[in-house]
Design a protein around this ligand. Structure first.
Ligand code: S3P
Length: 182
């Protein structure tokens, strides 16, 4: 069964996903890393050299392969992936979606300022990121909010968020799939 972590850049999809997958004994896939592997270059380079359209097409390919695979996988999606084409529909029909919801104020605290591998936020300091996210998040939130489960992360530790993810997965998989590994 597939479980997709969705949410804005910096919400913790990758770090929390990796930890939750470890506790579950499940395979973990980070979509951004898969796209990087596909092209042999970083996300920033894919954007710069091949363009965002190629990046989005590659994300879609990764999703289609996962959806067709039928494996137990916990997936960290890219922040823009659910908002592109009918990706959200593909995720909803091939698995369960979990939205890691954070306010813009909390997101900027998690994001590294002047990071170069997030083309959308490249070179921005915290104040610029906050302005950008406040402007950009509402449009995406309409899609994120369609998730099967939303975890309101603002007041939770990463450890607690990972526990909620693990609990949700265990609750939704047939017993035969659930490997307990703590
Ligand atoms: C993007 C988010 C990034 C990455 C790319 C575009 C976006 O993923 O896919 O830089 O449009 O929000 P993270 O959410 O893992 O940073």
């Amino acid at each position: 069964m597939l479980f997709y972590l969705i949410g804005y850049m910096g919400c913790g999809k990758s770090s929390i996903g990796r930890e939750a997958a470890r506790r579950l004994g499940w395979r973990f896939v980070d979509m951004d890393r898969e796209v990087e592997r596909m092209h042999g270059m970083s996300v920033a380079e894919v954007f710069a050299r091949l363009g965002e359209a190629v990046f989005r097409k590659s994300e879609r390919t990764v999703l289609e392969e996962l959806a067709a695979g039928g494996e137990d996988v916990l997936v960290a999606t890219g922040g823009g992936a659910p908002c592109c084409g009918d990706n959200m529909h593909l995720m909803q029909t091939s698995g369960k979606t979990i939205y890691l919801k954070l306010s813009p104020e909390k997101l900027v605290l998690r994001l590294k300022p002047c990071n170069t591998n997030r083309p959308k936020l490249a070179g921005m300091d915290r104040e610029q990121m906050l302005a950008y996210i406040r402007e950009n998040l509402p449009a995406r939130e309409g899609v994120y909010e369609q998730a099967a489960m939303t975890i309101d992360c603002d007041r939770l530790s990463d450890d607690a968020i990972a526990s909620y993810v693990v609990e949700y997965v265990r609750h939704h998989v047939p017993v035969a799939h659930a490997v307990v590994q703590e």
